[in-house]
Design a protein around this ligand. Structure first.
Ligand SMILES: Cc1ncc(COP(=O)(O)O)c(C=O)c1O
Length: 426
């Protein structure tokens, strides 16, 4: 099953054939689906909260049992001792995002991690004090950026530079991003982009943007909330200084679970980099000597503050093991086919009924399409929900549909399009 070779057909038989030929189809059985009249829902909201892996329960129960059996000794004994528990996720996380193990850590939550990274990588000085972000970046990122520039004595009006699409366009052009970096490079301390953009579904050319920004002497960070477990990332090679993401969307780690952080190897041993410090980031050998002086663990682990919540990590482990078996290249191959199929079916709907604002180029998007409907989008969302199809709504008129390849089938996509077609014709 390869993208270029597939000629899509708008028929149930075709969707079923695609599912039968899908080498990843069995992963669907490893997840628990909400039910609608006894049937699994069509779940297109994995970009908001991923489904629960079946193994999450036994893994969390195992950690609870260790607590019951060992009490505090569970830090060193039991099935998976808690002291190094977060390390169980390191190699898998590194493979997931294309990083070296030294460069990643699972800790805290996204907004917290973004602040920690801004402390280290937003170092305004003289003329170079601006942060370049997308206009309409995810609100938490806007708040984090505004509060950080104020923290350094600047104002957002002066120190936040926004990238907006051209008039009449919905998404950013790479050439315009590069042009802004080129023209304002000397004033920019940090380029911070949400990749994939949460609203438009646009994915950016990380390597090209990072190179251009570095040429101008800017630091570069990415918010990968909508990319981790969605895009095939190569963080080490693409070279941003840092990236942060959450694990409750495509990564299926459970509501409010821990996020991930990437800090490029070039910063791994830099003890002069300013950072907020906590005991869990301190050298592992001497941590329990309880000395007053902080000695950071080399790499991303050196940004840890606290000992981590084990039950959350246990649930996340269940999903990360699935990603490791499925592998991102294979998932991405399926994802391109699945999202491509969704786009093909949307193209068959009555003209003017729906318009995707997400780029058509598969390289410029992940699994999700942001759809604008000309006819009663809120009512359509209600109709979808009433028929067991879960999508989400972003005011005033965008329905986001994300066929996550681990557990969404081609038949799901075909049925989703069927509901849209009936709404269009009613
Ligand atoms: C792009 C983006 N950034 C940041 C956040 C905030 O994440 P958290 O609540 O885990 O800090 C979200 C949450 O959905 C998001 O989508």
């Amino acid at each position: 099953m390869s993208g270029a070779a597939v000629r899509y057909e708008a028929s149930e038989a075709f969707a079923r054939r695609m599912d039968a030929e899908d080498p990843l189809r069995h992963f669907r059985d490893e997840f628990l689906f909400p039910r609608h009249h006894g049937e699994p829902v069509i779940y297109f909201v994995g970009n908001s909260l991923g489904l629960q892996p079946r193994k999450a329960t036994p893994y969390v129960l195992e950690a609870l049992k260790d607590w019951e059996m060992h009490g505090v000794e569970g830090h060193f004994r039991g099935s998976h001792p808690w002291m190094p528990y977060h390390e169980l996720l390191t190699e898998q996380t590194a493979r997931l995002v294309g990083a070296h193990p030294l460069e990643v850590v699972v800790m805290n939550t996204l907004s917290v991690n973004l602040h920690l990274m801004l402390v280290s990588f937003y170092r305004p000085s003289g003329e170079r004090r601006k942060i370049l972000i997308e206009a309409g970046a995810f609100p938490s990122d806007q708040y984090a950026v505004a509060s950080q520039v104020r923290f350094h004595g600047h104002t957002p009006e002066d120190a936040v530079l926004q990238l907006a699409p051209r008039p009449g366009e919905e998404t950013l052009r790479t050439e315009d991003i590069l042009d802004t970096i080129e023209r304002h490079g000397k004033e920019i301390a940090l380029v911070l982009l949400g990749n994939v953009n949460y609203l438009t579904g646009q994915a950016f050319d990380m390597a090209t943007i990072t190179r251009a920004a570095h040429r101008q002497g800017c630091k570069v960070g990415f918010d990968l909330a909508h990319a981790a477990g969605n895009l095939h990332l190569s963080l080490h090679d693409d070279g941003p200084d840092f990236a942060v993401w959450c694990s409750y969307k495509y990564l299926n780690g459970g509501p409010g679970t821990l996020g991930g952080v990437f800090v490029h190897e070039r910063h791994a041993h830099d003890k002069t980099l300013p950072r907020f410090q906590g005991w869990w980031g301190h050298d592992k050998q001497s941590r329990f000597q309880m000395g007053p002086d902080f000695d950071p663990i080399p790499g991303a682990e050196g940004w840890q503050l606290s000992n981590p919540p084990i039950f959350q990590m246990a649930a996340l482990r269940a999903s990360m093991e699935i990603f490791d078996r499925a592998t991102m290249p294979a998932l991405r191959r399926k994802s391109e086919l699945l999202t491509g199929y969704l786009e093909f079916l949307l193209d068959q709907l009555p003209p003017g009924f729906v318009r995707s604002i997400t780029p058509r180029d598969p390289k410029q998007r992940g699994a999700h399409l942001s759809l604008r409907f000309s006819k009663e989008p809120r009512k359509l969302l209600e109709t979808l929900t009433a028929q067991g199809v879960l999508c989400d709504f972003r005011s005033p008129d965008i329905i986001r549909a994300a066929p996550a390849p681990l557990y969404v089938s081609f038949l799901d996509v075909y049925r989703f399009a069927g509901v849209l077609e009936r709404h269009a014709r009613d």
